[in-house]
Design a protein around this ligand. Structure first.
Ligand SMILES: Cc1ncc(C[n+]2csc(CCOP(=O)(O)OP(=O)(O)O)c2C)c(N)n1
Ligand code: SF4
Length: 285
């Protein structure tokens, strides 16, 4: 049984007071206690950014890689030992800017990993430049006259790219976020939880009160298995029109099951073998 104490590190989180990352930290630890994720079965990777500091505040085996590379490191871990439960903590800049290519292809491939995407619609750590999720027209340090670009809508992009579980949560609802993390991790396939995470210091537009006023929970009779409906819901964004909950869910074989080499046993449990490929170098056609 995992306890909160098991997950504690000696380091006190240094997020700005009021930062939504505190909610993600709390929800993840609550979820780990409820679901029994611990150092024997669970690992995570993190990107570069304020979100990436999570490696210092949660005592699980973790790896913080280069900016944008949290997902390929996680998919490598999963291929090497698919018995592990693998999470990714990433930011909107990390995941959709520097790592945008990795994100869409991981969704398409359906790795059995859980991506927790801290969406504060800004580059937080570098003090407030536009990210690919910053609203059009928003004034930031890098766009003082207003952002000229259209933003990605994270959940919409994830469904369209082939993720088989897509949910949206909000850091102001820690209990709801805890449940979404557990549901995402229970899903067999690539899961994305887009987490609306206020950066209270550098993104005044996406404030806690903005999300309180404009989000709503998907109704009980919403059908997440209807892809056309999911795409329509995921693109909804406006006054009182931002849906929270499980937006999409589909059953599809996971990437790791498509490789006969690891169908029976994990890669790390296998003896290394040498395969003679010299014939390939002598073939003319
Ligand atoms: C390849 C590369 N580009 C840019 C940077 C500089 N950089 C470090 S963190 C960061 C922004 C992070 O934003 P985000 O991923 O949204 O995370 P947040 O800090 O908002 O949690 C940038 C641009 C870098 N370290 N590496
Ligand atoms: S800069 Fe923004 S995202 Fe980073 S810790 Fe401060 S409030 Fe949070």
């Amino acid at each position: 049984m995992t306890t909160l104490q098991d997950l504690a590190t000696p380091i006190t989180p240094n997020f700005c007071p009021g930062c939504g990352n505190f909610g993600i930290w709390a929800a993840f630890k609550n979820a780990a206690v409820k679901a029994g994720w611990d150092n024997h079965n669970t690992v995570f990777t993190a990107g570069i950014g304020c979100h990436g500091h999570m490696v210092n505040f949660v005592k699980l085996t973790s790896f913080e890689g280069l900016h944008g590379r949290a997902i390929p490191v996680a998919s490598g871990m999963k291929f090497a030992n698919h018995a592990l439960n693998v999470f990714v903590f990433t930011g909107d800049g990390d995941c959709l800017g520097e790592g945008g290519n990795h994100f869409i292809h991981a969704c398409r491939r359906n790795h059995n990993i859980t991506i927790l995407l801290h969406n504060n619609s800004i580059y937080g750590l570098t003090t407030g430049q536009t990210s690919p999720a910053t609203y059009k027209g928003q004034k930031t340090k890098s766009t003082p006259d207003g952002n000229p670009d259209e933003p990605f809508l994270v959940s919409h992009l994830a469904v369209a790219a082939g993720a088989t579980f897509v949910a949206r949560g909000f850091t102001g609802d820690i209990a709801g976020l805890t449940d979404l993390m557990i549901a995402a991790n229970n899903h067999q396939g690539l899961s994305v939880v887009e987490i609306l995470q206020p950066c209270v210091t550098f993104n005044k537009e996406c404030s806690p009160s903005f999300y309180m006023e404009n989000t709503y929970k998907l109704p009980e009779d919403y059908d997440p298995e209807n892809k056309a409906l999911a795409l329509a819901k995921a693109i909804e964004w406006g006054p009182k029109q931002i849906p929270l909950g499980i937006i999409y869910r589909q059953n599809r074989p996971v990437a790791e099951s498509e490789f006969p080499q690891i169908a029976e046993n994990t890669l790390i449990s296998k003896e290394a073998s040498v395969r003679d490929i010299s014939e390939l170098f002598t073939k003319q056609h």
